[in-house]
Write a protein that binds this ligand. Sequence first.
Ligand SMILES: Cc1cc2nc3c(=O)[nH]c(=O)nc-3n(C[C@H](O)[C@H](O)[C@H](O)COP(=O)(O)OP(=O)(O)OC[C@H]3O[C@@H](n4cnc5c(N)ncnc54)[C@H](O)[C@@H]3O)c2cc1C
Ligand code: FES
Length: 265
Amino acid sequence: MPIQEKCRILDHQKVGSSYFKLTLVSPYISSHAKPGQFVEVKCSDSYEPLLRRPISIHRISAEHKTFELLYEVVGKGTGLLAACSIGGELDILGPLGEGFRIVPKKQVHLLVGGGLGVAPLLALAETLKSLGEKAVYILIGAKTKECVHCETEFNKVTDQVLVSTDDGTHGKKGLISDLLLDFLNNQLSTFDFQLSTIYACGSKVMLKAVAEIASQKKIDCQLSMEERMACGIGACKGCAIKTTSGYKMVCKDGPVFDAKEIVWT
Ligand SMILES: Cc1cc2nc3c(=O)[nH]c(=O)nc-3n(C[C@H](O)[C@H](O)[C@H](O)COP(=O)(O)OP(=O)(O)OC[C@H]3O[C@@H](n4cnc5c(N)ncnc54)[C@H](O)[C@@H]3O)c2cc1C
Ligand code: FES
C-alpha cells in the first residue's frame, strides 16, 4: 500500500557528470518496499512541473529506515531534484507497482542492467544475498565507462560482475545481449536453465533482445518496463503497454512483467 509523505534528505551526492544518489528517510517505505518497485517524486514545491517523476528504488535499508534513488538529470524535474539540499524534504508517493518476483533456491539468478537500468537491480542483488541465494551474477551494459554504475557495490553482493560497453572503454566491447549469450553458452553452460531466472532492466531494445535470448534458452525472465507516467497509480491509463492478456499499466501491473507476457510493438 503506497503512502504520500515528506521524506527528509539524509544524503545527496553527485556520482558522475549528470548522475546523483539520493538517500531519503522513511520508516514506512524502507520497511515495505520490494526490489523493482518505484516512487513518484514531486520535484518542486510549485506546480511546475505539475507531474511527479517516477524513479526506481535503488537500495532499501529497513535497519536505517532509509531508501536510495540513483538518477540522471535529463530535464526539468530531475534538474530541480539535483538542486535539493541535504536536510530538506521531498514529497514522495510510494512504494509503487509490482516489483521483481523472487523465487528462492534458483540455480542461477542472472541480473542484466543496461545503463541506469542497474538502479533497481542493486536492491534486488542485496535482497538475494540476504536471503542466502547462491550463484547471483550481474551483467552491466553501458555506452561508455562513465555510464557503468555501481560496479563496486555489485561486487560485494554478487558472485561475478561482467561489463560491456559500446565503445570498449570498460569491459568487453559490444552489446550486453551478446555478453549475455556468450555467458550462457560458455560460463553457465553446465547449469540447468529451467531452474534459473533472468531479471532485466534497461532500454526497450535491450529488453527485447534479452527476452528473445531467454525464450530461446527457455529461461524464466522478468523485465522491468519503462513508460512515461503521470499518476503512477493506475488511474490515468497513460502508461499502458500491450500484453498477451490485453493492455496493462506499467505503473500498477508492472513495472516488472514476465517477458512472455510482453507484445513487442
Ligand atoms: C518505473 C520507472 C522507473 C524509473 N527509474 C529511474 C531511475 O531509477 N533513475 C532515473 O534516472 N530515471 C528513472 N526513470 C526515468 C525518469 O522517470 C525520467 O528520466 C524522468 O521522469 C525525467 O523527468 P524530467 O522532468 O527530468 O525530464 P523531462 O523534461 O520530462 O524529459 C526529458 C527527456 O527524458 C525523456 N523521458 C522522460 N521520462 C521518461 C521515461 N519514463 N522513459 C523514457 N524517457 C523519458 C523525455 O522524453 C525527454 O526526452 C524511471 C521511469 C520509470 C517509468
Ligand atoms: S501513470 Fe497513470 S495509469 Fe500509469
